[in-house]
Ligand binder design. Structure first.
Ligand code: ATP
Ligand code: MG
Length: 563
């Protein structure tokens, strides 16, 4: 996939090649995608999904879907279901390998007891604040907990009673006994278990102690026989701990953790915590608002899974954080839809045009090409009549020099139809507002060419007023107007929200051929962009989302880079 001709293998695939060559892990490749069900997946997760499932497929290996559900206070079934749907929609399949860390609670508990027995873990009575205080800083070593040297028997007894529900939430923890002077803060006796009375979406109230991520994750990987545990850079400092647990447990399967840079995308946020705020505070209509960078949002916006997979391939893998321009994502969907989206004409801001020399009750059907990129998609008939709509922007009373579209006295082409010439503009007497244009057409130019070879400088899209369907069109812009510094916590991304990220046009007119278009189907509106039918559509009213306009800002960026 990411190893097309001329493209060097990324560092993860190089490592896997080496491991296969050296016979490590019995020459297997087994990865996993481990989401925490505490929100919807976003495009950053897509990078991880494509990597984990992609690598497995390339090497004839397997990839598991595993829910890292060890924090019941933030996790919900709704998230579990959305994640399953999103991974499948992206085009990946975990077959029968759907796992939950919570399925391992009993085994995790057993491994914890094993560490207690070995004198490698102890029950600590310090509060969370005290633990933090004792931990020290990057420049100062930590101090040992007064409970660190409890006898094994006492630890076993207290840990069992923690599980039994004898103690209050937060009153005790189980901690790994490692090194309070370690230069790596994660190694300073990290907490393995905490007491938390919260109903878990799978295990209900059968547990009141829950394992921490660092302990649960490596053990889950090992239980599942994972060979390469791919995660984002923030876990680099956790790797010694990952290895410590598995070494101390003498785990039969010891996966190799490899970190890669997470995806950051301009003009949006990729953090569930921030996305939850957008949803909860009502800045968007939900997790699937078409402006959201969630997979649910991108899907509703009209993005294809192919375009997202292609994007993930193009951005590649690196060891250093960077921010990818949103224009690249837009480029990918445009490129995909250019090949397969049927073309239609739609007028978003209608201006009435009356063809004065066309018969009052005249009507004809003109032939239009469905997709110039793919002749196999054929042609369709578009109705033409005396009263039409064109785009308001396509007429200027006082045209500036570079404006070649319609203006008084000027002739232009109507796509697939005729040349028309503007005679006059009818305005409202009182307000001066433009009401309609009166034009003539040249019957000799049917289909769009003049037999006398005369040229026009503009071709406009149009619809027949009596035949067009009324539609609502939702135009989207970036969620964030400016690019916040990568993970600058002090800059509140809420201050960057783009107030113009949604514009709703309610009196658009589209070709009648779009009647009954299914929700989720996509097309190009000529000269405007790619659009999809929103699920809000009804039999009476069709609603379109603009996926992306036709303007290619990515090409501009590339060109500027080359200069
Ligand atoms: P968030 O920061 O959005 O809350 P997370 O890391 O907490 O995300 P998880 O559910 O833990 O979300 O992530 C599941 C997997 O996806 C992890 O392996 C994580 O490293 C990876 N992942 C999360 N965000 C990104 C990203 N922006 N780019 C690439 N991979 C990511
Ligand atoms: Mg996480």
């Amino acid at each position: 996939m990411s190893t097309g001709p001329g493209r060097p293998k990324d560092f993860i695939r190089v490592i896997i090649d080496e491991d296969l060559a050296s016979g490590k892990h019995g020459r297997r490749v087994h990865t996993r995608f481990p989401p925490e069900p505490n929100g919807y997946l976003h495009i950053g997760h897509a990078k991880s999904i494509c990597l984990n499932f992609g690598v497995a497929a390339e090497y004839g290996g397997l990839c598991n879907l595993r829910f890292d559900d060890t924090n019941p206070s933030k996790e919900e079934v709704e998230y579990v279901e959305s994640i399953r749907g999103d991974v499948r929609w992206l085009g990946f399949d975990w077959d029968d390998r759907l796992y939950y860390a919570s399925d391992y609670f009993e085994r995790l508990y057993g491994y914890a007891v094993q560490l207690v027995r070995a004198g490698k873990a102890y029950v600590c009575d310090l509060s969370a604040d005290q633990i933090r205080e004792y931990r020290g800083t990057l420049t100062e070593p930590g101090r040992e907990s007064p409970f660190r040297n409890r006898p094994v028997e006492e630890n076993l007894d207290l840990f069992a009673r923690m599980r039994g529900g004898e103690f209050d939430d937060g009153s005790r923890t189980l901690r790994a006994k490692i090194d309070m002077a370690s230069g790596n803060l994660n190694m300073r006796d990290p907490v393995m278990y905490r007491i938390l009375r919260a109903v878990h979406h799978r295990t209900g109230d059968s547990w009141c102690i829950y394992p921490m991520y660092d302990f649960a994750h490596c053990v889950s990987d090992s239980i599942e026989g994972i060979t390469h545990s791919l995660c984002t850079l923030e876990f680099e400092d956790h790797r010694p701990l990952y290895d410590w647990f598995l070494d101390e447990l003498k785990a039969e399967c010891h996966p190799r953790q490899i970190e890669f840079a997470r995806l950051n995308l301009s003009n949006t946020v990729l953090s569930k915590r921030k996305l939850i705020r957008l949803v909860r505070e009502g800045h968007v209509s939900g997790w699937d608002d078409p402006r959201m960078p969630t997979l649910a949002g991108l899907r509703r916006r009209g993005y294809t899974p192919e375009s997202i997979r292609n994007f993930c391939e193009r951005i590649g893998l690196a060891k250093r954080d960077s921010t990818v321009d949103m224009a690249l994502l837009e480029y990918c969907v445009r490129e995909d839809l250019n090949k397969r989206a049927p073309r239609f004409m739609a007028v978003l801001r209608p201006l009435k045009v009356v063809i004065v020399n066309y018969p009052e009750d005249g009507f004809e059907e003109l032939e239009a090409v469905n997709n110039p990129e793919d002749p196999g998609m054929g042609t369709r008939k578009v109705p033409f009549s005396r009263v039409l709509y064109i785009e308001r922007d396509d007429y200027r009373e006082d045209p500036p020099k570079q404006f070649h579209r319609l203006s008084p006295g000027r002739e232009v082409r109507l796509r697939y139809a005729y040349y028309i010439t503007c005679l006059e503009a009818v305005k409202d007497d009182k307000t001066g507002e433009l009401i309609e244009l009166r034009c003539t057409y040249d019957p000799e130019t049917r289909g769009g060419d003049a037999p006398d070879g005369r040229k026009v400088k503009a071709t406009l899209h149009w619809v027949s007023a009596g035949h067009a369907l009324e539609a609502e069109v939702r135009l989207y812009e970036h969620l964030l107007a400016t690019v916040p510094g990568e993970e600058t916590e002090d800059l509140d991304f809420m201050d960057c929200l783009n107030p113009h990220s949604l514009e709703v046009l309610t009196s658009c007119r589209v070709e009648p051929g779009l009647a009954g278009a299914a929700a989720g189907s996509r097309c190009q509106f000529e000269r405007q962009g790619y659009f999809t039918v929103d699920p809000d559509s009804s039999a009476e009213r069709i609603v379109f989302n603009r996926i992306v306009s036709l303007k290619d800002t990515w090409a501009r960026i590339e060109k500027a880079k080359r200069r």
